[in-house]
Design a protein around this ligand. Structure first.
Ligand code: AMP
Ligand code: MG
Length: 402
């Protein structure tokens, strides 16, 4: 590893600079939830498309109190068959089109009705009328390319009549986990063996980032097996994540194997804790991440580097994921490395608060449980005191980030 480690900010810049967004594809509306919009969406018409009643009641010509003859009905989806003149009222339902000639609606509760006639109070023009185009004007831009499609966005697409929309392709991801000590769930643990959690963690994170996980393999600590697995991964994916084996021990084969499959190094080593032994490079257009083997380091570096790359490949606009939060416990700084501290996130009267979940060792996977955010503590001496504000990046979907 070079003596000069690059900063997290520089590493992320280099990763994003290497991304060429994938070609978009047409997606049926029912499958767009969670996708990234790849076209600007303008409304083909006014929304609402016509002047409509906001109440059940009577459509009238605005004016003083009067007795009017009820001459027809406008129902939702079935407009009145005639227009309205002076001295007349048309019964109307919520959402029904305002009849020609009418310019106000009187709610049914404010009307006395008998023998086909209604006594109505004084009514100002426009009362209880939803104007055409009040929500969106025809031709107006409603959603911009790069927008994440959540429930509200897909609902608006439906309201504009879109059956299909252009979405960024979902990047294909391959996950390789290296280590002779690793045993998948379901098989007994032998002496000195540990569970492989990175395969599950990285595949889950990739899926959460909107990617398709095409391949997950466990690779023994052997040079030839590592090369062969990398070749399969590169043939299957837009992004390859390898965990472990990326250091310089006698049984670490990832860097050598990456070189022999033609992956070009962009950086190796980040001034980040956890996450120092992180490698990034390109094999042609394919992004390759050599992530640390320690389970927390693998998840944190995936989140901070691979996730933004996957989102950029899908065409997502740059997300503002940083916020400030009040630190509820003091944290010791690390002299030379920025720290990504796994924190519980809590909303309080004075804004967001964060507190480390538990002991922060890079092997303590349960420190990720309940972590809503990473607090980013700059390198330096001493401590960041309880009560100080720190930068945070949100981890969990559904807290603040998408
Ligand atoms: P390495 O980078 O291969 O030296 O691994 C660093 C540490 O992470 C070692 O303690 C490994 O046993 C552990 N480790 C590596 N891969 C995994 C994995 N897939 N699941 C859980 N722990 C792992
Ligand atoms: Mg290893």
């Amino acid at each position: 590893m070079p003596a000069e480690l690059i900063s997290l900010a520089e590493a992320r810049e280099q990763v994003l600079a290497a991304v060429r967004p994938l070609a978009p594809e047409e997606v049926p509306l029912s499958e767009t939830l969670g996708r990234v919009l790849a076209e600007d969406i303008a409304s083909p018409h006014d929304l609402p498309p016509f002047d409509a009643s906001a109440m059940d009641g009577f459509a009238v010509v605005a004016g003083p109190a009067a007795e009017l003859a009820v001459v027809g009905e406008s129902r939702a989806g079935r407009p009145a068959s005639r227009s309205l003149g002076r001295g007349e009222a048309i019964r109307i339902s919520t959402g029904a089109q305002i009849p020609e000639g009418a310019d106000a609606v009187i709610p049914v509760e404010r009307v006395a009705e008998s023998d086909g006639r209604v006594q109505v109070p004084e009514t100002p023009a426009g009362a209880n009328v939803r104007r055409a185009g009040e929500d969106v004007r025809g031709g107006e831009l409603v959603l911009a390319a790069g927008t994440d499609l959540g429930p509200a966005e897909v609902a608006v697409l439906a309201s504009l009549g879109r059956e299909r929309v252009s979405c960024g392709a979902r990047p294909r991801v391959a996950v390789l986990v290296t280590g002779d000590e690793l045993v998948p769930p379901g098989r007994p643990l032998g002496p000195g063996q540990i569970r492989d959690s990175n395969a599950t963690a990285l595949a889950a994170q990739a899926a959460r980032a909107g990617a398709r996980v095409e391949l997950v393999e466990h690779v023994p600590d052997e040079r030839d097996a590592t090369v062969a697995a990398l070749e399969r991964a590169l043939a299957a994916a837009d992004v390859v994540c390898v965990s472990g084996g990326v250091s310089v021990g006698p049984h670490d084969h990832v860097k050598g194997a990456l070189a022999s499959v033609g992956a070009e190094e962009r950086f190796w080593g980040i001034a980040l804790k956890p996450g120092k032994p992180t490698w990034f490079g390109l094999a042609g257009p394919i992004l390759v991440f050599g992530l640390p083997g320690n389970p927390v380091s693998a998840m944190v570096t995936f989140h901070l580097l691979a996730r933004p790359a996957l989102r950029a490949l899908a065409g997502a606009g740059p997300a503002d994921v940083r916020a400030q939060a009040v630190l509820d416990a003091s944290v010791r700084k690390s002299a030379a490395r920025e720290q990504a501290v796994r924190c519980r996130l809590r909303a309080a009267g004075d804004g967001w608060h964060v507190e480390p979940t538990k002991e922060q060792g890079s092997h303590v996977l349960t420190s990720m449980l309940g972590a809503g955010a990473l607090a980013l503590i700059p390198p330096g001496d001493g401590v960041v005191e309880r009560g100080e504000r720190v930068a945070v990046e949100l981890l969990a979907r559904g807290t603040l980030s998408s």
